[in-house]
Design a protein around this ligand. Structure first.
Ligand SMILES: Cc1cc2nc3c(=O)[nH]c(=O)nc-3n(C[C@H](O)[C@H](O)[C@H](O)COP(=O)(O)OP(=O)(O)OC[C@H]3O[C@@H](n4cnc5c(N)ncnc54)[C@H](O)[C@@H]3O)c2cc1C
Length: 467
């Protein structure tokens, strides 16, 4: 029997599940509220610059990611980040210092004091956490690696990846691999060594080693190709307002372009929308307290400011991935990606482009300041840190009032609630960046497993019938 599935939301999560299910022979319909698919993933070409409005890179941490790109026939469009981007700068004493990548470089770096380096040697001898209570990332890092490591490695990294604050993020839910290293091996250093061997066996890459990629025409290529492959199964400008279980089927109510509501019936429904929008969806026309519960998940606001400069107006060689700024350094920008170093065709000839992030959980009040003010702040700070002079040749600002779900301490209660809901409502599934990691790669992997679960379920039902 051909199973029908309605997917709510056309970000990378919804598109991936829809693509996988369609390829397995299921009848899929994807309903997306916006006029474009991709969700936060979108690229804009303007004045010779290629701007990523949301994610800039995808880390190839799982074969599922590689497979998806290949299945779409995008291997020739895929570009890996410039080798030089292995260098990442962290600001210390108002100067960008390369993050050491080897034990020898670590010994010689000025990023950490001698005391911090000696403190690290203690790490393998510290007992693992006994889980008396759930630790924040800060508590975990101070306990195992020391305050300076938190300030000059973890704090800037977390601001860059999560737009987050390590004092609130849960090590267990936000950084499960780090948490598991300690629980399994008793030490991060010992775990790194042993874990590398195990990952090799599973053909997985660690986040540090995985290669970063984009596409010639920007990350938008991925959702655009998925949309093309799905063809008429994708309906844009379509908001789902209600889902109602009817026997062993689902009735999905939606509105396209503000027209009167329409109804679709399906065997399964996947919610792949943003988790903060879940509360506006009703079940059997009733607001559900369990959906409203997810409004507690904090999504800090962030501004992405893409600035273009003439090459000679930036003194720094921009020979790396970018620069991250620890909170203790007291700046207003969280950091800057060296976008035109990362990939070709991001800026016109003779120009460079920097992608600056402002706001996040560190300074949410800065994210929605007027563009003029933000550009002034960024220029002032980039002048000190990268030797930027003169006016920018290009400015594009993108504001995300609710950027990335924060897996804060206590996040397990949301995962429990999702499990409870899927048990209570057979045929309802969840996919997205609020389940097993916020990165594009983690979202793809989670979405593939949702699709696999539905496919396996359908096969199981088929076999039972035959018997
Ligand atoms: C500024 C920024 C930078 C980032 N940088 C990176 C990076 O460099 N690398 C990386 O790996 N990750 C990065 N991320 C994270 C990553 O991009 C996201 O976590 C991921 O793309 C989210 O995908 P998603 O499909 O879960 O959600 P979304 O992309 O948010 O898509 C959800 C979709 O559902 C739709 N929707 C919601 N409700 C309904 C409804 N009722 N009916 C119909 N449609 C609905 C929405 O319109 C939206 O299109 C970044 C995120 C942001 C915001």
């Amino acid at each position: 029997m051909k199973k029908s599935v309605v997917i709510i939301g056309g970000g990378i999560a919804g598109l991936t599940t829809a693509f996988k299910l369609k390829n397995s022979g299921m009848e899929v319909t994807l309903l997306e509220a916006a006029s474009h698919t991709g969700g936060v993933m979108s690229s804009i070409s303007s004045d010779g610059y290629l701007v990523e409005t949301g994610p800039n890179t995808i880390l190839e941490t799982s074969p599922k990611v590689t497979e998806l790109v290949s299945d779409l026939g995008l291997d020739s469009e895929k570009i890996y980040a410039n080798e030089i981007s292995k260098t990442r700068y962290i600001v210390r004493n108002n100067k960008p210092v390369p993050l050491p990548l080897s034990p020898v470089a670590f010994l010689g770096t000025s990023l950490f004091s001698l005391r911090a380096k000696l403190r690290l040697l203690k790490e393998p001898f510290i007992d693992p956490w006994d889980n008396q209570y759930e630790e924040s990332l800060s508590q975990f890092v101070i306990r195992r690696l020391g305050q300076e490591f938190l300030d000059y490695a973890i704090n800037p990294f977390v601001a860059g990846v999560y737009a987050g604050d390590p004092d609130h993020l849960s090590v267990r839910h936000g950084f499960p691999k780090l948490y598991a290293l300690e629980q399994k091996y008793g030490s991060l250093i010992k775990g790194q060594i042993k874990g590398a061997k195990e990952r090799k066996e599973r053909a997985e890459e660690s986040k540090q080693k995985a290669r970063m990629f984009s596409f010639r025409k920007g990350l938008k290529t991925l959702p655009a190709s998925l949309e093309e492959a799905l063809g008429p199964a994708v309906r844009k400008n379509t908001v789902v307002t209600d889902i109602s279980p009817k026997g062993n089927k689902w009735e999905i109510t939606y509105q396209t372009d503000g027209r009167p509501e329409e109804i679709l019936n399906s065997d399964c429904v996947i919610y792949a929308g943003t988790v903060y929008q879940l509360s506006s969806l009703t079940v059997e026309r009733q607001r559900l307290k369990d959906f409203e519960y997810f409004r507690q998940i904090y999504h800090p606001p962030i501004t992405v400011l893409v600035l273009g400069f003439k090459r000679e107006d930036v003194r720094h060689p921009l020979d790396g991935f970018g620069m991250l700024i620890p909170k203790v350094e007291g700046y207003h920008i969280l950091g800057a990606l060296f976008s035109s170093t990362l990939f070709p065709n991001r800026a016109p000839e003779g120009h460079v482009s920097l992608t600056v992030f402002i706001g996040g959980a560190r300074q949410p009040e800065y994210a929605d300041k007027p563009e003029k003010e933000l550009v002034e702040i960024a220029l002032g700070e980039l002048k000190i840190l990268l030797g930027v002079s003169g006016k920018p040749a290009f400015v594009k600002r993108v504001y995300w009032p609710k950027s990335i779900p924060q897996y804060d301490v206590g996040y397990g209660r949301f995962k429990d609630k999702l499990n409870e809901l899927t048990k209570r409502y057979p045929g309802l599934y969840f996919a997205g960046n609020y389940i097993n990691g916020i990165s594009v790669a983690d979202t793809i992997v989670q979405s593939c497993s949702v699709a696999d679960e539905i496919i396996e379920g359908a096969k199981g039902a088929e076999t039972e019938k035959e018997e």
